[in-house]
Ligand binder design. Structure first.
Ligand SMILES: NC(=O)C1=CN([C@@H]2O[C@H](COP(=O)(O)OP(=O)(O)OC[C@H]3O[C@@H](n4cnc5c(N)ncnc54)[C@H](OP(=O)(O)O)[C@@H]3O)[C@@H](O)[C@H]2O)C=CC1
Ligand SMILES: O=C1OC[C@@H](O)[C@H](O)[C@H]1O
Length: 367
């Protein structure tokens, strides 16, 4: 019998996504036909109190031996923890990930990796120097749906040449200046929180096209800021993928929910693929056949994908396998692609005069 690798997680922060991720970690891997890795939560930390961390561990169903800490420093010092999951607001990812790396821990950090590309590059430098695994938690990259979609596009070539991709993630949020989405001090705004999914769809379809030869796209973007807190409320980007002569249009906002039917439309010369809501947790896509003049023939093929939980366990399984195999990076969610994505967001923000407070944009002096 082959041995099962046990990945020992430390959960840094106890908010919404920390809870969702932790519950997913503890779902029996056999429910998703996985038998080579399993996950244990050995500790969690809350910046507010150790009792909050202990309550969190109970709520997510961690083993009673799991430790609850009242500071992130104590968590990263725990010798039983192998990998830290960073689940704080964007504003804190850079410092929290550095804290964990400097303590010698592998890290899986929530999206967006950091506030800007300079910070991402510094994290990569530290991880490489310390020979530690590092990944931005772009969970949809690991969905079986995405793997199948890429297989159909790049191996079976069912779309022919892919020439254009529309991707949108807009959602209707109550305009609350205290919510992290509206708060500039927490890295608020549509682009970093939601727009990163619209960009991920561009990366997994147009950037990943073998003909693109891993070339970063050129980008122009336009931003409308909310008068409430001056963070971006609407952002739209046009991306030109030079080697493939394909164009991407990626949009995001936090006022209008994107269409239930078409959040993503991948257009080739033989067929299109549409992906309905939700762009951050897709469960189906439809292939629309076209005739030689590019007109839909009416022949459609819908593919549905079951998610036995929320769907965050697939990225966790990838982290576990990387640790087991001594890999410092996961190729499905590479550090190079995270850097390119951050650079795109920087370019669009800075060219539209949208900067976060100086303390959020700063990198440490050794960066
Ligand atoms: N992959 C996905 O599907 C999703 C990813 N995310 C990402 O996860 C991150 C966290 O989002 P979410 O869980 O919704 O946020 P929450 O506000 O629900 O939780 C954030 C947690 O971070 C900790 N924290 C530390 N410092 C601060 C601070 N100054 N202000 C607020 N919280 C602080 C708190 O935990 P404590 O008190 O325990 O320290 C808090 O509970 C974001 O970067 C977001 O992009 C969010 C939702 C979905
Ligand atoms: O990652 C996310 O996906 C779902 C959104 O509603 C959330 O704001 C975002 O952080």
């Amino acid at each position: 019998m082959t041995s099962v690798y046990e990945c020992k997680w430390g959960i840094l922060a106890t908010g919404g996504i920390a809870e969702t991720f932790s519950k997913d970690l503890l779902i029996d891997p056999s429910t998703r036909s996985v038998s080579d890795v399993k996950h244990t939560i050995v500790a969690a930390a809350s910046s507010s109190s150790s009792s909050r961390a202990t309550e969190f561990l109970k709520k997510v169903g961690a083993d009673s031996s799991a430790k609850g800490y009242g500071s992130y420093e104590e968590l990263v010092a725990d010798p039983n923890v192998s990998i830290i999951y960073v689940a704080t607001p964007h504003s804190h990812h850079y410092e929290n990930t550095l804290l964990a790396l400097e303590a010698g821990k592998h890290v899986c950090c929530e999206k967006p990796f950091t506030i800007n590309a300079a910070q991402t590059k510094h994290l990569i430098k530290v991880a490489r120097e310390k020979k530690l695994f590092l990944m931005e938690a772009v969970w949809i990259r690991f969905f079986p749906l995405v793997l199948e979609l890429q297989r159909l596009i790049f191996e079976e070539k069912i779309l022919g040449n892919v020439r254009r991709v529309f991707s949108d993630f807009g959602n209707q949020f109550a305009p609350d200046p205290k919510h992290r989405l509206y708060n500039p001090d927490l890295g608020g705004g549509a682009l970093l929180d939601l727009g990163i999914y619209a960009l991920t769809w561009q990366m997994i379809t147009l950037f990943a096209d073998p003909k693109n030869n891993k070339t970063a796209p050129s980008v122009v973007g336009s931003i409308v800021k909310t008068p409430l807190t001056n963070v971006d409320e609407f952002t739209t980007m046009i991306l030109n993928f030079g080697p493939t002569l394909a164009q991407g249009i990626a949009s995001t906002n936090m006022t209008i929910r994107c269409s239930d039917k078409y959040c993503v439309l991948i257009q080739g010369d033989k067929a299109d693929i549409s992906v309905p809501w939700a762009p951050y947790r897709p469960t189906s896509f439809t292939i629309h056949e076209k005739d030689s003049e590019g007109v839909y023939t009416g022949k459609e093929d819908k593919k549905d994908f079951d998610i036995p939980g929320h769907g965050m366990f697939w990225e966790a399984d990838a982290c576990a396998r990387a640790l087991r195999d001594g890999k410092l990076e996961e190729e499905r969610c590479s550090l190079a692609e995270s850097t390119i994505t951050m650079e795109i967001m920087d370019k669009v923000r800075y060219s539209n005069d949208f900067r976060y407070p100086e303390k959020l944009e700063a990198t440490r002096s050794d960066a």
